[in-house]
Unconditional design. Sequence first.
Length: 647
Amino acid sequence: MEKSARPRTALNECVKVVVRCRPLSQKEKNEGYDEVKKARPEQKWYERLSSKNPVDNKKFEGPLQVVKVWPERGAVQVYNPKGQDKLFTYDAAYDCTADTQTIYDEMVRPLVASVLDGFNGCVFAYGQTGTGKTHTMEGTADHEGIIPRAFRHIWAHIENGASPDVTHLVSCSYVELYLEDVRDLLSKECKKLTIRGQELNGFYIPEMTSVVCKSAAEMVRVMRAGNKNRAAGRTDMNEHSSRSHAVFLVTVETAHRPTNRIRVGKLNLVDLAGSERQAKTNASAERLREASRINQALSSLGNVISALAENSPHVPYRDSKLTRILQDSLGGNSKTIMIANIGPASYNYDETITTLRYAHRAKAIKNKPVRNEDPKDAKLREYQAEIERLRALIEQRKTASLDKKPKKPPKVKPQAQDNVLVEEDTVSIENENILAESTIEQEKNKTEELEQQIKALEERLVQGGGGGGKELINNLNESQVILEQRHMEIAERKKREVEMQQRIELEEETTASVTNTFTTLQQEVDHKTQRLKKCVSKYLWLREEMVEQREAHDAERREREALQAALIAALRRRLLLADSLVPDAGRPAVLRARYSDDSDSWELRQVPKSVPSALKKEHVVESVGRKSARAAPRPTTAHRLGTAGVR
Ligand SMILES: Nc1ncnc2c1ncn2[C@@H]1O[C@H](COP(=O)(O)OP(=O)(O)OP(=O)(O)O)[C@@H](O)[C@H]1O
């Protein structure tokens, strides 16, 4: 099993990006979104080049399906009413006919195999609300998602492991990020947790519940138990919308007895909450607050992706808890897959383009996965040491109890005068024996207790080749392994085909003029005109893209400002209601945003006016968004409410 010649480190590895487009929902079909845009009046390139603003504000004239996926090219094309269609390429692209099995076999299976080999892995689903992130990651009652498939894969590997010299320990944890709080979904009352720095091997939450599991079914039960505690709600965009980011962490520890080495692979399975436009959601105050935090965390994630893609010297990981948790997965010690989920309908055009842009940027992120060998915090090592200690204790007790064996009473002699003495001896020996027997009984109980402890510890560990023993099961396991290998081979071939296709397209563009030979001048002119047109098209595309990105950025900023204004208005209303409770009620006051080191957050404080500064008692009204001290921006004017507004 063990091959010491294998390298411990992998080369820099880019984040793999996969796009999945969900089918139209029944509601969308009823509204007529199943019409596909086939032809679009094309503006002549020289007309568009001469126009001052290449992007007019043309909108969709009716409901349309605007996304076309090219699985064989790993490309996604989006019909653009404002200009040229958008075309993005990825490691893989799946249309609405693709099932999760295919995505798992082609993309996720190799990653989970690496985790079983001691690497860290992360799969995270990103996208607008209602685009199928939960469907992809968890699945539904009749459709298995990536997470339960990964469980089955892990246990198939353990059960098929040929060597009984290999011991495994599989544990899982489940946390969610709700309103910037990390909550333990596997603890009673979902206790709040604190992320303690960044360890070498993934994020570190000391009090997080960790459940040792012994089968895939047990892991599914743990996931379902956690899901019951997850924050979910109904929005206009999704009947069952996840209102939190959920991270399911699987740790697989593997000990190889001959070499006494332990490998620890950690797999983060992340279902992010969806971004959403407030204008579309008709959100209530509570949903607004949730959405604001969701969008805030996602925008931090976007900033981290951009900084990494641009090789920026500062990556703002500390801007949100989500980015702290994903720190290793993005630009660190992990192999990572981002699944960007999109919807096909035209009313989601802006969000689809935003998701595709982020996903495209994420392709440039380079990770540095390292196999985790013999880490200090391996639980398996702890268990093994404890079992050894208990065994040694039992041995000690056994040798000690040999000395306490009951003595035999002396034989009664025939002489009458000696009998009294002998009887006395017998009584004392019998007493000693009763004492010794009770001590032995106690020792036996203690030994049994220790043996029980060893058994309990050993039960948590799983020996490789668990499926062995029966020939039938062995054969079944073997065929399963062969089948898995075939799946991997097919997936690998398909991946290479997509890569080849993308390379051919790129080379066609760059080398056509070099390789082409022309017999007539006219041919050369035609060819060069064609090339010029292509270059101009590309230029136009980039110009449009730039303008659109600026527009999207402005729209996002405007939306955030509107959201902030709405939240502040809600806060003001609450303040007015609670006026009588405010210590300085009646006096004019201002609201100021101050950064608090204690709570690592921005706080809205009510500061009384016209009071000598020594007597000013600030009253914290509410924490506004957590930001780390280093990365936090100065409060904007939106934070500073007018003095007239609040009494
Ligand atoms: N590939 C797919 N095939 C069939 N149905 C799908 C697919 N993707 C999503 N759906 C359906 O679309 C609906 C919304 O999906 P889901 O809840 O997974 O979205 P989401 O992105 O997780 O949303 P949110 O961010 O609000 O939690 C569900 O009814 C789901 O079953």
